[in-house]
Design a protein around this ligand. Structure first.
Ligand code: CA
Ligand code: CA
Length: 315
């Protein structure tokens, strides 16, 4: 009797631990027997969509050429089970991130889950739009993470595309070319831009009645992640004077923050940060009504939480 009571207690404790872990989005992914990599925004951080796969020559055997195996969370078991994609010698792979983007923020930014007996060198490029590409680094010899700072990548840009090209170092094995199980963004973000006209009347900062609806649906997207820093940035056009535009964008940021607080409730694990820019950072020149409208915006960026960055600073 006594013994079974203890057993029940232990089960309760561990299931509670499980639930607790479920409440945090951040997740550790195993790399090999000894190492893991932590992705602070968890499951959403992986490449979602295949854009193009150009198999290299010699081609890998058929079972290693199922191109969608490089998407979503890593699931490598062993080399016999083909849940990864072999690029083939010189092959290349382009993927898109659809429910997240990635940025050059502190620490490593990307992690390529390359598997199999030999680690083959590959070149990585990134893009905002899938058309214009910049070099982002190389994975080789057991190094699978990339810090975009090493290539001087602008820390304000959100990227959505990644291309990986095998560098033809090892072309003889059955799975010639780099073997990719998953492509993860360590510095994963969700960026949402709303036209300020949807939320506010001209020169006002209290939310329009219809704005609530738009913010409700944005909130649902944010809630895919349950622990994060939520950065709210406000921009105006250049009509009116600079000081009042700054004041306006600050008050608008606060209105958005307050509304999100209201939707989420007090117990959430989000930390809010506000950055009003007024007219100081226009996306387009303020020379037409259309451009001005585009410049009036509120940007919400869901970022990895501060304690993640504290932990990497401590090393
Ligand atoms: Ca994703
Ligand atoms: Ca970085």
């Amino acid at each position: 009797m006594f013994r079974s009571a203890i057993l029940v207690f232990v089960i309760l404790l561990s299931s509670e631990g499980f639930l607790f872990a479920q409440k945090r989005t951040g997740k550790l992914y195993r790399i090999d027997r000894y190492e893991s990599v932590y992705l602070p925004l968890g499951k959403i951080s992986f490449a979602d969509k295949l854009v193009e796969f150009k198999v290299g020559t010699p081609v890998p055997i058929k079972k290693y050429r199922d191109s969608i195996q490089c998407l979503d969370e890593p699931n490598y078991k062993n080399y016999q089970t083909p849940n990864f994609l072999s690029l083939g010698c010189g092959g290349s792979l382009t993927v898109e991130f659809t429910d997240n983007g990635f940025m050059n923020l502190p620490g490593d930014d990307l992690y390529l889950f390359e598997v199999g007996p030999s680690q083959e060198a590959a070149k990585v490029e990134i893009s905002q739009n899938g058309t214009d590409w910049v070099y982002a680094g190389k994975i080789a010899g057991g190094k699978s993470s990339l810090d975009l700072s090493n290539e001087g990548i602008d820390p304000e840009i959100v990227f959505y595309f990644l291309r990986i090209t095998d560098l033809k170092e090892l072309c003889k094995s059955k799975s010639a070319g780099a073997d990719i199980d998953a492509i993860g963004a360590i510095n994963s973000v969700i960026k949402l831009t709303i036209n300020a006209d949807v939320l506010f009347d001209v020169a006002k900062y209290d939310l329009k009645e219809t704005a609530r609806h738009s913010l409700d649906s944005l909130a649902k997207t944010i809630q895919k992640v349950d622990k994060a820093t939520i950065l709210i940035e406000g921009h105006t056009d250049s009509d009116g004077d600079e000081i009042s535009n700054m004041e306006l964008s600050k008050n608008r940021c606060i209105s958005v923050k307050n509304r999100l607080y209201e939707i989420f409730g007090k117990d959430v694990l989000y930390e809010f940060e506000i950055k009003p820019y007024g007219e100081s950072k226009p996306r387009f020149p303020n020379d037409s009504e259309e451009n001005k409208q585009q410049n009036r915006s509120v940007e919400i960026t869901v970022l990895p939480p501060k304690d993640y960055y504290d932990s990497i600073n401590k090393g």
